[in-house]
Ligand binder design. Structure first.
Ligand code: ATP
Ligand code: MG
Length: 283
């Protein structure tokens, strides 16, 4: 039985639960139970604050965890990063009041920066050989400059809207983050086997996101041109139609390419373009 730690509430909770469900792993509805066992996969879910997930996995109380890479780096507990999961994307950046002219990282020499990520920031300044006073605070980091607590901040940024609202400008990106699957270093063989099954299911789920299945009828003498327009994972499926002189091409494509591709296919005489949503892509 594997134990996986998920955030109990917050930005990563819903997407983590959704990923497990899409991977065919049923878990109870009630997140308030701290520990809940899946009825159809040898896994139990432990719900925790995200701060506690790296340590819980590092020491083996949970075998796996889903948590932001930022949190993994900040806590510094040894864990294996097994898979990037592509959600919870954000970055950790330095920001200063927007009215101040920025001169480069040397700006921070002898200044004060407020953050909830002192460890990552310390490593960044050490690497750059900059002496900066780091003021650790737990929340509302972005108001620190306006109340005189610090000259700048180091915090999570996604759209940048919060910075702008607080009169701040992002000046250095220090790291990118997304949710990652982490594991206890040196899991035994039997557990690793289940972990591999889980990871390959996650890969299938992540690959099918943003994908569509397209069917298009093409005159036989335009097939080569059509195949140049349709990129394909391996080789697209080509089927003869009952109507001689025509074939159907089936392919998996990116959702973002649907309209452009359809226009180009129509321009070479393609007809009956059917775009379907894709449930799973298991490779
Ligand atoms: P907890 O109560 O579990 O300690 P928290 O308040 O520390 O939660 P959340 O705000 O829920 O944390 O954020 C969890 C993670 O989601 C962050 O560590 C980061 O990886 C990611 N994240 C945070 N803010 C954003 C954002 N604006 N956009 C995308 N991802 C984000
Ligand atoms: Mg937290």
């Amino acid at each position: 039985m594997l134990r996986i730690a998920l955030q109990s509430k917050g930005r990563l909770n819903e997407k983590s639960v959704e990923l497990l469900r899409e991977a065919g792993i049923s878990i109870g509805e009630n997140n308030r139970r701290l520990l809940s066992r899946s009825p159809n996969f040898p896994v139990e879910v432990l719900y925790l604050r995200d701060d506690d997930i790296p340590q819980t996995v590092s020491c083996g109380i949970a075998d796996l965890g889903i948590v932001g890479l930022n949190e993994v780096e900040e806590r510094g507990h040894p864990v294996d990063i097994l898979q990037h999961l592509g959600f919870g994307k954000c970055r950790l950046s330095l920001a200063i009041p927007a009215y101040i002219g920025y001169t480069g990282p040397g700006f921070f020499e002898g200044r004060k920066v407020a953050t909830s990520y002192p460890r990552i920031l310390k490593a960044y300044f050490e690497e750059k050989n900059i002496r900066c006073e780091i003021r650790e605070i737990a929340g509302s980091v972005e108001i620190s400059p306006s109340i005189g607590l610090a000259d700048g901040i180091f915090d999570i940024v996604s759209s940048g809207g919060t910075l702008v609202q607080n009169g701040l400008a992002e000046v250095e990106k220090v790291m990118d983050s997304d949710a990652v699957l982490i594991g206890t270093p040196g899991l035994d063989g039997e557990k690793m086997q289940t972990v591999r099954t889980l990871m390959s299911r996650f890969t299938s789920v992540l690959r099918s996101r943003g994908k569509k299945y397209m069917l298009v009828n093409v005159p036989n003498d335009r097939i080569d041109e059509a195949l140049e327009i349709i990129p394909s994972m391996k080789s697209p499926t080509l089927l003869p139609l009952a109507d001689k002189g025509w074939s159907a091409i089936h392919a998996v494509i990116d959702e973002s390419e649907v309209w452009d591709m359809a226009d180009r296919l129509k321009a070479i005489g393609a007809e009956d373009i059917l775009v379907l949503s894709m449930e799973k892509l298991i490779i």
